[in-house]
Design a protein around this ligand. Structure first.
Ligand SMILES: [Zn+2]
Length: 287
């Protein structure tokens, strides 16, 4: 069954027996809200999406995992940022709560983005605090609430829960997300330098991907941000791992059209989901 909040999220239940695993795709949404009112050109804006990532992991529930996908774009509000990682300079009146802008906000990629890409502003206006509050209340909070609920339900059943946080990365980094340049890996696994997931789980995912013929790196250039930080607490049986897929494997990065590699990658990820769910289920039986 799928639970839907229109334009916000879709939450897909496992088919058959549960595995102690939740997949989420926070950045693949393409329902652009009418009140977004960006000024940058739409093709450039769409480069911020993790286009098709939700579709690529659609098989996860058939292996017993829950699967949550955001339906709104991350350029509107980014669930993979802390709620206080917000730029006062974006707004036309003081934000009432304390803010803790991180490096992400400083480069224009905080909770609400200032820049579409380097040198390209998102807006020709300042946003009202009410407008930002609406994005938080209507989109950000329900996504986090849904993910908390799934992780807690899985944990309650297994005393263990694994979050696989799914993303894609451009094959050439533009300098906003990380230091610029060509990404030579097909997949980058992020566990915030070994802190958000058990070492054996990360190794199992890396081995599975290498076994499928892919080049894999860890935490370079992406370590994982807010979602894995929030959900990863391996000492307490909560594991969170970010997976970044190189977009060159499955799409034309300019036109966003699926490439001939899409189907092969889908099949590989189906196998990866199966491996992760089997590994986690086995671990839950032992502990
Ligand atoms: Zn992403």
């Amino acid at each position: 069954m799928t639970r839907l909040i229109d334009g916000v999220l879709a939450c897909h239940d496992p088919v058959g027996e549960w595995a102690p695993v939740v997949f989420d795709s926070p950045h693949s949404g393409i329902d652009y809200p009418a009140d977004f009112r960006f000024i940058c050109d739409f093709p450039s804006l769409r480069q911020a999406e993790d286009t098709y990532v939700g579709e690529l992991f659609a098989a996860a529930p058939s292996h017993g995992a829950h699967f949550l996908e955001a339906l709104f774009p991350r350029s509107y509000i980014d669930t993979n940022r802390a709620i206080d990682d917000l730029d006062q300079g974006l707004m036309n009146a003081p934000w009432p709560d304390p803010l803790q802008p991180s490096e992400k906000t400083h480069v224009g990629m905080g909770l609400v983005r200032r820049l579409c890409k380097p040198g390209m502003p998102m807006y020709d206006r300042l946003l009202s605090p009410e407008e930002v509050r609406h994005r938080i209340d209507r989109y950000y909070r329900p996504y986090h609430a849904a993910l908390d609920e799934l992780m807690n339900a899985v944990y309650a059943r297994f005393r263990m829960a694994v979050l696989i946080n799914c993303h894609s990365m451009p094959s050439v980094i533009n300098g906003m997300a990380a230091s610029g340049g060509l990404v030579d890996a097909d997949f980058v696994l992020g566990d915030r330098d070994g802190t958000t997931a058990g070492r054996d789980l990360v190794q199992a995912v890396e081995d599975a991907l290498r076994g499928l013929g892919y080049a894999v790196k860890r935490n370079d250039p992406y370590k994982g941000v807010e979602l894995v930080r929030r959900h990863g607490n391996p000492a307490n049986g909560r594991h969170a791992l970010q997976i970044e897929i190189n977009r060159k494997l499955y799409m034309d990065e300019v036109t966003l059209a699926k490439s001939t590699g899409f189907d092969a990658l889908s099949r590989a990820l189906d196998g990866l989901c199966a491996t992760i769910c089997a590994f986690a289920s086995e671990r839950a039986r032992i502990t």
